[in-house]
Design a protein around this ligand. Structure first.
Ligand code: F0G
Length: 468
């Protein structure tokens, strides 16, 4: 890079600001201020990059692509190779595990199941700690280093915790995570223990953990790494850039993601929006968010919007009604009061997408179909294919359109779920109208249970014959 261009890129990083997203406030703060919500009005913050400076940098797309073939640590990261768009100086103490650069797969069986001619799956479960969280944790923990934090903390349904624990270990920072006791997949919990985090099991659900985290926000030595932190979103937005690159910069018609705390949908919305403002694409994909039926506060809000509130520049509602006791076997998204709902809703409205729910049975069957494509994912990720199937049936997605589903976590994140599905032992504690719990069995439409086979060649060949 020439000196002049390098300086321009660096300036783009250092002249970024944190801004309140609520138009009536829009207060602006420096990027080294340790804040998580707007100190003036309590609204969500986002990083504003001076994109106009980048417009003068030639061949950005080629520059980003070329770095993917380099062995320099920053270039090898699928996040930091897009560093011109990140709010950091060129000498920032980057904490990386070489996240990003995840595959985009064709998934013909999932496409057919969902009623499409073709479907591509962007597998964020191929990240270093096996979920999409790593793309945001590299920037959040780098910011923690810059701010001189001693401890990094988060509330989590498991994946944020595993990711933060790993990046904190790399950065030699103390890490404490708050998890809802008994509501986390053992595989995710094991990761956090292995990476050396202080694991606090809280008697409560994820939303209780998140409330406790907010109470820690005034302790200067503690840095919060949940997606309420706008530096997390900066890393996660690069997934949009990488996806566009993999699509040859042809914008897909639809990008579909699961919704929990709503950081991922917010980040993708920001990423596509920045590429549009930079002139690197000429339209936005429709971003749709899928929630599990028992944990769907934003889908409920969306369904209740008046037609006048469903437009690209509509004012956002002030409040969301939380779900007091969210339920789903997709524990990653068992969340009743998502912190980033306003940013996510803004992204969906701007792009004319949808927010819908899917049932436990639909999630389970979609997950098995994704597995049949040889890909596999954790239950929360499978909401996407289940949701696309519904959107196709409702004519919101058309069979020939180009559709990308973002798979957020690896199949090995929750092996018990997969095993129970295939053995026919999966069941869901659903809430009745009276507020009590009722056990509902999940039938495995695509069951594939192991069978006992005698230890001889004939028995094996017979087994192959009967399963042909
Ligand atoms: N998929 C997986 C596998 C997740 O772990 C999460 C969130 C989501 C989807 C939803 O993403 O919150 O950005 O809307 N997991 C968080 C955690 C809450 O603590 O690991 P979101």
């Amino acid at each position: 890079m020439s000196d002049a261009i390098a300086k321009t890129a660096q300036k783009a990083g250092t002249t970024a600001v944190q801004r309140c997203i609520l138009p009536a406030c829009a207060a602006q703060f420096g990027i080294r201020e340790q804040i998580y919500v707007c100190p003036r009005c309590g609204g969500p913050l986002e990083i504003e990059i001076p994109l106009e400076l980048l417009k003068s940098v030639p061949d950005l797309r080629e520059r980003w692509q070329a770095r993917a073939a380099s062995h320099a640590p920053r270039d090898r990261s699928g996040v930091w190779r897009f560093r011109e768009t990140l709010p950091f100086d060129t000498d920032a103490p980057v904490v990386t595990l070489f996240e990003g650069n995840t595959p985009l797969y064709d998934a013909p069986r999932s496409a057919k199941y969902a009623g499409l001619t073709a479907l591509r799956l962007k597998h964020q479960g191929c990240n270093p700690t096996a979920s999409f969280k790593d793309t945001g944790m590299t920037t959040a923990v780098t910011q923690a280093k810059l701010l001189g934090a001693r401890t990094v903390v988060c509330a989590s349904t498991g994946n944020t915790a595993a990711s933060l624990a790993a990046y904190a270990a790399r950065a030699e920072l103390q890490c404490a995570i708050l998890l809802p006791q008994g509501q986390i997949s053992p595989a995710k919990l094991a990761q956090s223990m292995d990476y050396g985090a202080i694991v606090c099991e809280i008697a409560g659900n994820f939303d209780d953990c998140m409330r406790l985290i907010s109470e820690l926000s005034d302790v200067p030595s503690i840095y919060i790494a949940n997606s309420i932190n706008p530096f997390r979103i900066e890393g996660q937005k690069t997934v949009a850039f990488e996806l566009l690159e993999q699509c040859g910069w042809r914008v897909p018609d639809h990008v579909v993601v699961p919704g929990g705390n709503m950081g991922n949908s917010s980040a993708l919305g920001k990423g596509f929006d920045e590429m549009l403002r930079l002139g690197l694409i000429d339209r936005l994909p429709k971003i749709s968010v899928i929630q599990a039926e028992g944990s769907a506060p934003l889908a409920r809000l969306f369904a209740g919007l008046k037609p006048s509130q469903i437009s690209a520049d509509a004012a956002l509602p002030d409040e969301i009604a939380p779900i007091a006791n969210p339920r789903t076997l997709a524990t990653a998204i068992r969340i009743g009061a998502p912190v980033s709902w306003k940013k996510a809703l803004r992204a969906v409205l701007r792009t004319h997408g949808s927010i819908i729910t899917v049932t436990e049975q639909e999630i389970a069957d979609a997950k098995a179909i994704i597995g049949r494509d040889g890909i596999g994912c954790e239950p929360a990720s499978a909401t996407t294919v289940a949701g696309i199937r519904k959107l196709t049936a409702a004519n919101k997605i058309h069979a020939g359109e180009s559709v990308v589903a973002v798979l957020t976590g690896n199949v090995l994140k929750d092996p018990d779920y997969a095993s129970n599905y295939h053995r026919g032992t999966l069941s869901f504690e659903s809430a009745t109208a009276e507020g009590t719990a009722k056990t509902v069995p999940i039938s495995g439409a695509f069951r594939n249970a192991p069978e006992k086979v005698a230890a001889n060649k004939g028995a094996i060949l017979k087994s192959l014959e009967t399963r042909r």
